[in-house]
Write a protein that binds this ligand. Structure first.
Ligand SMILES: [Zn+2]
Length: 341
């Protein structure tokens, strides 16, 4: 976001765009979540995420072995979504406001998912080997005595028997690592893709949870946001600057200027997130278009009630000085910081 403030991006400027309002406020708006996260909240999220990863891995394996269509990647996507949604709820419940911590938990769950899945594949191979030894032990063949002994041993030491039978001569490693080495590149790729997908979903949803506005006074998350103003997209930037600068007067000027203008194919939406207890409010600005929905231009900023009132904008009730003014004067509102106060 290094583009000059008095030069709105062409992508957000509709065809019918009149000269865009300009502002010359200083720094780019930045919103930083408090970063607070209790160890308990993080541990519960991690524990729940790992448990869900294990359940998801089992369901994914069952899906792969079933006759249902899977395209190889569908179970991993479902697993990622499952872990991500559970993590989202747990991080919210644990009041984790630290995006970095949420991402780390998500990545851990992704790696664990792949490890659980491979461990289950390994366990299944061990089980199938034992079943096969018992089948052979009941046969009439000449080696029956050998198979009876092997089957008995497989009952007490199934992993050892499998490793000796399957991994011998292919690798000197035992257990899951030996299984990975024996299966070769294919299993590493499957595990890598799976870890990546689950980690991506879990990290993105976890970060979304941690960056939602939180009232530090009441210790609770804000309610879902509601729209207060919908303006043509090229007002998104000046509107954001005015909110950051707490410039109520300029917000009103922008509304006057925007009144009567067609929205075009994209629009700027100012939203308010309110604390359910004390009523403290945060405002953000998103740009919505047919192609890309909800591009966040301004992340939630704490705003006064006066600003919330100023932001409220009903196109139907817009002041009468609407289109005529902008065409006649042809001078867009500029920096109004001097009018403020
Ligand atoms: Zn509050």
């Amino acid at each position: 976001m290094t583009e000059p403030i008095d030069n709105p991006s062409p992508a957000s400027t509709p065809v019918e765009a009149a000269p865009a309002p300009m502002l010359a406020y200083g720094a780019e708006p930045t919103y930083v979540p408090s970063g607070y996260a209790t160890g308990g909240g993080l541990l519960v999220a991690l524990g729940g995420g790992l448990l869900t990863a294990a359940i998801g891995a089992a369901l994914g394996l069952a899906w792969l072995l079933s006759k249902l269509p899977n395209f190889l990647i569908l179970p991993s996507i479902a697993q990622g979504l499952l872990v991500g949604v559970v993590l989202l709820r747990l991080l919210r419940r644990g009041k984790v406001r630290n995006p970095a911590a949420a991402i780390v938990v998500g990545v851990c769950c992704g790696l664990a998912s792949a490890a659980f899945f491979s461990a289950m594949l390994y366990g299944r191979a061990v089980y199938l080997t034992r079943v096969e030894l018992h089948r052979l032990a009941q046969g009439p063949g000449p080696g029956q005595r050998f198979f009876v002994a092997a089957a008995t041993r497989a009952d007490s030491h199934p992993f050892e028997v499998y490793d000796a039978a399957a991994l011998q001569g292919r690798t000197t490693h035992h257990g899951l690592l030996g299984f990975f080495i024996m299966k070769g590149t294919a299993l590493w790729i499957v595990a890598g893709v799976q870890a990546g997908i689950v980690a991506l979903f879990a990290a993105v949803l976890g970060k979304a949870s941690a960056t939602r506005p939180f009232c530090e006074i009441c210790g609770t998350w804000c309610k879902a946001p509601y729209n207060v103003a919908v303006l043509p997209a090229f007002y998104a930037q000046p509107l954001s600057k005015a909110i950051v600068s707490a410039d109520v007067q300029h917000v009103l000027t922008l509304h006057d200027h925007a009144a009567g203008r067609a929205l075009g194919t994209s629009c700027a939406v100012a939203r308010v997130h309110a604390c359910p207890r004390c009523g403290q409010k945060f405002a953000d600005v998103v740009v919505k278009s047919a192609r890309r929905n909800n591009v966040v231009l301004l992340r939630p900023q704490r705003v006064s009630q006066e600003m919330v009132e100023a932001l409220k904008y009903e196109p139907e009730e817009a002041p009468t000085l609407a289109p005529a003014v902008s065409d006649a004067t042809a001078s867009p509102p500029t920096d109004s910081s001097t009018e403020n106060g």
